[in-house]
Design a protein around this ligand. Structure first.
Ligand code: NDP
Length: 283
């Protein structure tokens, strides 16, 4: 068996077209959605992500505001900028690209973003609202995983879903969203005993660990669906956290890296910014 590819690039392009149409409708009503992206320092991977975010804004018609700060920016200067962006009526989304330099406390910065402009969905208020099922900004990568599963026609009801990784930005929220869709969810991490054995139970596997090809193809139950969140830069180019060449032979559907979760994540950021602009306008 060879798995169907879940083409994140194509699905994201379709979503961006839908978002662009909604942005145009909003602009015709005199509202221009705006996203401010702040990057501190010159981490090459972050620079690529930020560039792609601005490019997506241009494509869907969202106004983007660039704030490129030097690596020695103080935490208080960054907090002051976040405060200004929170107060700026032209800005509907505030995103601070992670990771931040070591001398800045990330939690302080994320907590300073106004929850009603927190289009990354990382603020504790939005995390809490998501968990109790209230309107919130869903975090972009977990949301992207869910849209890809939906577009691939995967019915999650009653299925065994295994999430590998428990970070606040990937593993924990995606586990929650899978639970919301009535999957039976197991979350694995670095202390999990017999990780291959747990993954072998899964009908759906979502992997976000940050280790190239760590999840082996023979851990995948034949017919399972695999969502690979990992982005690892290696001498052979970008690879995911799943050993694609062997997993593709066992899974029924799998996301490629690149071209899977990555582009979809940015489309979800555009969606959150559009939603925020609508909410700020009382629509
Ligand atoms: P973190 O480093 O924050 O979290 C990694 C998680 O993996 C931790 O929970 C850790 O467990 C777990 N882990 C590490 N090693 C093992 C192991 N040997 N066995 C089992 N679990 C393990 O990473 P992120 O969540 O931020 O990112 C994960 C990956 O996703 C990265 O490759 C990143 O580049 C990618 N990513 C992709 C995005 C996209 O848009 N496609 C967006 C965000 C991230 P423990 O908690 O016990 O330490």
């Amino acid at each position: 068996m060879t798995a169907t590819l879940i083409d994140g690039k194509a699905i994201a392009a379709k979503k961006r077209t839908e978002i662009a149409a909604d942005v145009a409708t909003l602009k015709a009503q005199g509202i221009e959605p705006g996203l401010a992206v702040v990057i501190v320092g010159d981490d090459p991977a972050s620079e690529v992500y930020v560039r792609n975010k601005h490019k997506a804004c241009d494509e869907v018609g969202i106004r983007s505001f660039k704030h490129e700060l030097p690596a020695d920016t103080t935490e208080s200067a960054l907090l002051a900028l976040v405060g200004e962006l929170n107060a700026d009526a032209a800005v509907h989304g505030v995103l601070v690209q992670l990771p931040l330099p070591d001398h800045i406390n990330e939690e302080n910065v994320l907590d300073a973003i106004s929850p009603d402009k927190d289009v990354d969905g990382f603020h504790p208020v939005n995390v809490g609202r998501m968990v109790v099922g209230k309107e919130s900004f869903l975090p972009c990568t977990p949301h992207a995983c869910m849209v890809l599963l939906e577009e691939a026609g995967v019915d999650l009801e009653g299925k065994e879903a295994v999430v590998v990784g428990r970070s606040n930005i990937v593993g924990k929220p995606v586990a929650h969203l899978l639970l919301d869709k009535n999957a039976t969810v197991t979350i694995c991490h670095s202390r999990t005993r017999d990780l291959p054995g747990v993954v072998r139970r899964a009908d759906v596997v979502v992997v976000g660990v940050g280790r190239p090809e760590m999840v082996k193809g023979d851990w995948i139950k034949p017919g399972a669906v695999v969502i690979d969140v990992g982005i690892n830069r290696t001498d052979h180019g970008l690879v995911g956290d799943v050993e694609f060449s062997t997993a593709v032979e066992r899974a029924s559907a799998i996301t490629p890296v690149p071209g899977g979760v990555g582009p979809m994540t940015i489309a979800m950021l555009m969606l959150n910014t559009l939603v925020s602009a609508r909410r700020h306008a009382g629509i």
